[in-house]
Ligand binder design. Structure first.
Ligand code: FEO
Ligand code: CA
Ligand code: CA
Ligand code: CA
Length: 630
């Protein structure tokens, strides 16, 4: 029995549970029963509707072009790619990839992901020059070194670590509309070796202490920097996602290690061979120091990044910050793994709009909550706080430091709802409704039960859930939720692939962001090994869509080069330039590229000038100078 079994009996009055011996058959029936429950608030896929929020013509389906495709009247250019100098010199990563770790520490890293534009006022405009902050999620050692991983050295490890983290650089618009990096004293790289301060409940706790840091208050580096956030006091949040993959442990993982996926080989980065802090046999607490939200001051290159432990440790996708009606700061966060949870942090103190310095440590004190999406369409935020909700020493939760470090274990204990891989979260600028992308979960209905918010067996297409917090209060504990869109082709004959997308069909939504007009920009991340095959035969290369929250129409705005993911987005305040990141063009289905044949799939963006495809930030603008999207 699960909590949805009664749905099988009630809607038709005919089926009894004894008839439903096959768990798979039962799951399918539960799935349709749940879909029926929500049909009242789900617009029919066939409904024709045309948004007034945006006016561009949809970009036609394509998987053949190894380039950026945009609607008529739009232009784009590369702002900064992997290997470009953070100070705007002409130096780019050399074609023979002979660069050293030291050079990589002064260049844009690999695999651009979340990002943000911080305006610098010039001639009364904040839209012609700004600080550009971008994450570098991971390294592909097949592209990073001339012989890939055929030989393995301390310098290669150092270079791989330098290809991770964040770049802060200054960018400027030219008269023709394109943007480039310029020299500035604010430019800096934050890598997997940059000293970071630890703050919040886990700082100084026994779980954070290591031989190199006996006080448990300073960590070297940030890694697997996926999505991001921006605070109203002007700082950048970078989010550590798949941190477990950098660590190895030869012994059987303990409870807390197992819950984040520690194993003997990690993801094959092999850092531990020359940097023993990634060997858990020798330094068991080092892994507790990763998996956090890290706050960076983009204005001050001397300011240490700060790991804000009050926001919990898990595989952080992003950190969407909003200020609630009562002025408390709320941070929405997804934990991107199959059947993990959605969280939010609510600050104890309120945001002070007149004194920016008063806000600097707001993220250190507050309550971490995890979401439960109930079958009646209501949801609850459950506090992960010591001695509340059963999180007591007797139940295995000795203190708040343990709870934030092991947020997943605490969330399991309080009965949070397992979701289909929570990726980005966006908050509507006017209604304050909250939207989350659930990119896919092929275990749904087999290894993990269906539930009302995740109703599709073997959900390979993903969906978007949205909710309204009770009384419009983003700091509250009750909400009303619904499925915004089930991704996938509405005409598919296979129930598990059939979506209800109005407009252009897409799969695996990931990046999600509202501009200030209320256009919901959705970016996709279908794996290279799946694209064009089976479930994804009718879906183009990874792309970006505009959606209107009222009509739920999705319209394709951009298609990326082959093998890429589209991720990260921001705009200048005048909305005439949009910036997005193109991650891993030419991604090998094997994971790491073959250094002998790096252009097997894509040579974007340099075509024949350089030997390797490169992740890059691009700028997009309209040739007629009007706002992007309109
Ligand atoms: Fe780094 Fe879940 O994407
Ligand atoms: Ca993502
Ligand atoms: Ca993804
Ligand atoms: Ca990615």
């Amino acid at each position: 029995m699960n909590e949805f079994d009664d749905l099988l009996v009630n809607p038709t009055g005919k089926k009894s549970l004894t008839e439903l011996a096959s768990p798979q058959r039962r799951n399918i029936l539960i799935s349709s029963a749940i879909a029926a429950l929500f049909s009242q608030n789900t617009i029919a896929a066939t409904e024709k509707t045309h948004s007034k929020l945006f006016s561009f013509d949809s970009v036609p389906y394509s998987r053949a072009n190894d380039d950026i495709q945009l609607p008529t009247g739009y232009s784009w250019s590369v702002v900064a790619a992997w290997g470009d100098s953070i100070n705007g010199s002409t130096k780019k990563i050399s074609p023979d990839v002979s660069d050293s770790a030291g050079e990589q520490e002064l260049q844009f890293g690999m695999h651009h992901d979340g990002c943000a534009y911080f305006p610098i006022t010039v001639n009364n405009s904040g839209s012609i020059k700004g600080i550009w902050a971008t994450n570098h999620e991971y390294a592909d050692d097949g592209l990073l070194h001339s012989d890939g991983m055929a030989t393995w050295t301390a310098d290669k490890v150092r270079k791989s670590q330098a290809a991770h983290g964040v770049t802060i650089a200054v960018i400027e618009k030219s008269a023709s509309g394109d943007w480039s990096v310029v020299a500035d004293k604010k430019s800096r790289r934050v890598t997997a070796n940059t000293p970071c301060r630890i703050s919040g409940p886990a700082a100084g706790s026994a779980y954070m202490k290591t031989t190199a840091d006996p006080k448990g208050r300073e960590i070297l580096g940030t890694l697997n920097n996926c999505s991001n956030g921006v605070t109203p006091w002007g700082t950048y949040l970078t989010c550590e996602e798949n941190f477990n993959g950098y660590f190895v442990k030869s012994d059987k993982p303990n409870l807390t290690e197992a819950r984040v996926g520690v194993n003997a080989k990690g993801f094959g980065y092999r850092w531990h061979e020359f940097d023993e802090r990634f060997n858990l046999d020798k330094h068991p607490n080092e892994i507790n120091r990763f998996g956090w939200i890290v706050e960076i001051d983009p204005q001050n290159p001397e300011a240490k990044p700060i790991k804000r432990t009050a926001l919990g440790r898990f595989k952080h996708e992003g950190a969407m910050v909003t200020v609630a009606q009562n002025k408390k700061v709320v941070v929405y966060m997804g934990d991107d793994q199959k059947s993990e949870y959605v969280y939010k942090f609510v600050s104890k103190r309120v945001f002070n709009s007149s004194t920016p310095e008063a806000n600097l440590n707001l993220l250190d004190e507050g309550t971490l909550f995890v979401a439960r999406y109930d079958a009646d369409g209501l949801g609850r935020w459950i506090a992960l706080e010591h001695n509340r909700n059963g999180l007591t020493p007797a139940n295995g939760f000795p203190d708040q430091a343990y709870i934030v470090i092991n947020a997943r274990l605490a969330a399991d204990f309080v009965g949070a709802t397992p979701m289909d891989r929570p990726e980005w979260i966006a908050v509507h600028p006017q209604t304050k409704d909250v939207y989350v992308t659930l990119t896919n979960n092929t275990n749904r209905g087999t290894k993990v039960n269906l539930n009302a918010a995740n109703p599709r067996v073997s959900n390979s297409m993903g969906h978007i859930v949205r909710w309204t917090e009770a009384s419009g209060d983003n700091s509250g504990t009750v909400f009303k939720w619904e499925i915004y869109t089930l991704a996938g082709d509405p005409h598919s004959t296979k129930p598990h692939l059939r979506g209800n997308v109005i407009g252009d069909t897409f799969g695996s939504p990931d990046g999600l962001w509202f501009d200030k007009r209320g256009i919901l920009w959705t970016q996709t991340d279908i794996s290279t090994s799946a694209l064009g095959k089976g479930d994804y035969a009718q879906i183009p290369n990874n792309a970006m869509y505009a959606s209107d929250p009222q009509t739920r129409e999705f319209r394709r705005f951009l298609i990326g080069p082959k093998g890429c993911e589209i991720t990260g987005v921001d705009m200048t305040p005048d909305m005439k330039t949009m910036f997005i990141n193109i991650q891993h063009p030419g991604e090998s289905p094997a994971g790491r590229s073959d250094p002998k044949n790096p252009k097997a799939i894509s040579s974007w963006p340099d075509k024949d000038q350089f030997t390797r495809p490169r992740s890059a930030t691009i700028a997009i603008w309209r040739s007629d100078g009007k706002k992007v999207g309109e």
